[in-house]
Design a protein around this ligand. Structure first.
Ligand code: ADP
Ligand code: MG
Length: 694
């Protein structure tokens, strides 16, 4: 249960004063749904409002806070001219100007004859001293509210600085001091403020340097966030480990049958990874291992062989894919191999219904099905196994920790193998997986040829299409990728459809297919199937082909608007070709003008195929903060911590978390209890389930 002190922070933002139905969606887009999300939205700049000159001392181009007596309101004769208000002190006249003003409002706020404090940018204009649209207009007794370094927050459409500042202040009013979760000596040594003080300080800078992410208040908050993350990972991992595994060993007979049926031999790193996995499964500790390998490195077969160990040991295995297409593809790959080994395999996705579904559920329960491939549908509670020993989770970034856990609960001490093609740099690895064991596929299957990657402007598209004719006549299969992003989805979709139509007139109506995210799963699969089987040779696709699709015969990829894709995405896409023994070509077509960063990305793509190099370059181009911020990467999102700046903190937090779990494994001490609050505060509370008294 969430501690009561945090209740106000986990209410929706609409419970705050000033947040109505109009503002809420904008705020949500900017920060999140709960009050607590506002706390983590830290200012990145400030306006100094402490300069309090007399009118005659006000300097053009500088923000001033001035106490004035309101004089005459000069209502404009037409809407294009500004509404002007004359204000005075004993040194001169200040003219407040307002465009598109609401006269009533101004007369109420600035009644003639009254004293008011106004704050805003001073301009000298036509011998007048002016302030247009003051940022603040308050009564004299409220001057202290504005006489300060006013924090400036990152904004979004529909939210003004003023409104956001107010809402954030309201959210801060909901906070209280919390019991300290940091080790007292460490805290003292670092000279960090307590959490509540740190939070208030981060939002109320006194000097510009207080806004620095390296300032004590920021660092403290960043450390809290990292500690919460590392502690949660430690708990989850221990929870999975602690349920002492059941050693799973096989006699290798099934594996041998499958290996004999393969048209290729395993690469060295496939062999090595496999033996690491087998050893892990045989140990009496539960397996939680990451199989990392670049696109096309051959992870699927390794996973299948590992799954067979579970079957050899008399159990069952599941293979989870993030999408329907991928699940079907996996089934296609493993079905013939399973047949060769005399095994029963099946698929379960959201689409399987009625009798067929019931039959599969029955097979899983009775143990008649040895191996099941599927999507999220496998998480449903009706899905029961006779003896699930092993779970493979593909492209894990699409699954949350929660789901991984649910899956492992479907058996006793299920061994978990997570596959990912995301080449995660060391530091980031630690934040996403803690100290999870890792096997890596470093070499590519033999016989692969390097991909010839070329970069060209869209003006050359016509000649590209022309040259393709010859290639297609020679039997080539081509991916033609069109970008599709949410913001311009309709336009993008129309462009992809246009392109498909155009290519159809060039290459034949029946020779070109189109897949995009809007198609029904069944239609998508059909097109993919047609492409795989060679019934069509050109596949126009939006980015739905990104993850894991495998058509070794495809040797050409055209990516339109390649300047709109990120490096990781381009790499994933390109990984769809160069999977067979034929020479492959990737054409990165860009629209002029090409921006500097986009140009660099394309250059990197032309120069290397190495996923790790590309990930490193990506990190350089985008910065760790942004890389971490991308949801697609599956790495945790940090709200405050920035690994470029707070890198050393991560190592400390990791050690700290380890120490905590060894000294106070159930988080029972005073500090332990405070740490539970910390986990809730940063929404890492999924991990709390792993405590005996959650
Ligand atoms: P990924 O790691 O991207 O998931 P896949 O498992 O889909 O890669 O494998 C990509 C392709 O490489 C598949 O067609 C697969 O059959 C093939 N493959 C896997 N291992 C080898 C190997 N050792 N030698 C040759 N081809 C292989
Ligand atoms: Mg794959």
């Amino acid at each position: 249960m969430r501690p009561e002190v945090l209740f106000p922070l986990f209410k929706t933002q609409s419970t705050l004063k000033g947040v109505g139905p109009k503002l809420e969606p904008h705020l949500e887009r900017l920060t999140g749904t709960h009050v607590v999300d506002l706390l983590w939205h830290l200012p990145t700049g400030s306006v100094d409002r402490t300069f309090q000159p007399k009118i005659s001392e006000a300097v053009s181009g500088i923000v001033a806070t001035i106490t004035v007596r309101i004089g005459q309101h000069m209502v404009p004769s037409n809407r294009r001219r500004p509404y002007r208000i004359m204000c005075h002190d004993d040194t001169g006249t200040l003219v407040l100007t307002f465009f598109h003003a609401h006269g009533d409002y101004l007369q109420r706020t600035l009644p003639e004859g009254e004293l008011r404090v106004v704050s805003g940018l001073i301009e000298h204009y036509n011998d007048e001293i002016q302030m247009s649209h003051p940022d603040h207009m308050v009564k004299v007794e409220d001057i202290d509210d504005i006489l300060r370094l006013e924090p400036l927050y990152p904004l979004t459409h529909g939210v003004s600085q003023k409104v956001l500042g107010k809402v954030i202040r309201a959210s801060l009013d909901e906070t209280k001091d919390l019991a300290e979760w940091l080790e007292p000596n460490y805290l003292k040594e670092q000279k960090w403020p307590a959490w509540h003080k740190a939070l208030l300080a981060a939002h109320n800078p006194i000097e510009a340097k207080d806004l620095d992410p390296a300032s004590p208040a920021h660092v403290r908050l960043a450390y809290d966030e990292l500690l919460a993350n590392q502690l949660a990972l430690g708990l989850v991992r221990r929870g999975m480990r602690r349920a002492k595994g059941i050693p799973t060993k096989g006699d290798g007979k099934l594996r041998q049958k499958v290996i004999d049926a393969l048209p290729f031999t395993l690469t060295k790193s496939q062999e090595t990874s496999l033996s690491e996995i087998i050893a892990d499964m045989a140990s009496d500790l539960r397996m939680l291992r990451l199989l990392q390998g670049d696109v096309g490195s051959g992870k699927t077969i390794v996973a299948l062989l590992a799954a067979l160990v579970a079957v050899e040991a008399g159990g069952q295995a599941v293979m989870m894919a993030p999408t329907e297409i991928l699940a079907r593809q996996h089934l296609k790959t493993i079905e013939p191999l399973c047949q060769a080994a005399g095994l029963n395999c099946a698929i379960l996705t959201g689409r399987d219904k009625g009798k067929a579904r019931a039959g599969i559920l029955e097979g899983l329960k009775s143990g008649g099905i040895h191996l099941i491939v599927g999507t999220h549908a496998l998480f449903q509670s009706e899905v029961e196994f006779k003896d699930l020993k092993m779970a493979v989770v593909d492209e894990q970034h699409k699954f949350g920790v929660h789901q991984r856990l649910e899956l492992s609960r479907k058996g006793q001490a299920v061994d978990v193998l997570v596959m990912t093609a995301t080449p995660i740099p060391r530091t980031l690895m630690l934040t996403a997986y803690g100290d999870m064991d890792v096997s890596r596929l470093l070499d590519k299957p033999a016989g692969r040829q390097p991909i010839d990657t070329r970069v060209l402007p869209s003006t050359k598209l016509a000649s590209v299409a022309e040259r393709l004719t010859t290639k297609l006549d020679a039997g080539a299969r081509v991916y033609w990728v069109c970008p599709l992003i949410e913001e311009s989805e309709k336009l993008d979709l129309a462009a992809a459809e246009d392109r498909a139509r155009q290519l159809k007139t060039m290459f034949g109506e029946d020779n070109v297919g189109l897949v995009h995210g809007r198609l029904k799963a069944k239609e998508k699969d059909q097109v993919m199937e047609d492409f795989k089987a060679g019934h069509i040779s050109v596949l126009v696709a939006t980015t739905v082909i990104e993850v894991g699709v495998d058509v070794p015969e495809a040797t050409i990829m055209v990516i339109e608007h390649s300047e709109r894709f990120g490096l990781a995405q381009l790499h994933q896409l390109r990984g769809r070709i160069g999977r067979g023994t034929g020479a492959s070509t990737c054409l990165l077509v860009y629209q002029m003008p090409l921006g500097e960063v986009a140009g660099k990305r394309l250059k990197i793509m032309r120069e290397t195929e190495d996923g790790f190099v590309i990930a490193e370059e990506d990190l350089k181009l985008r910065g760790a903060g942004e890389l971490l911020g991308t949801r697609q990467s599956g790495l945790p999102e940090f709200r405050i911590a920035d690994l470029e700046i707070h890198k050393e903190l991560l190592a400390v937090a990791t050690d700290d978390a380890k120490m905590i779990l060894s000294n106070d494994p159930e988080l029972q001490t005073e500090r332990g209890k405070a740490l539970r609050t910390l986990l809730y505060l940063f929404e890492r509370d999924a991990a709390i389930k792993f405590l005996r008294s959650g």
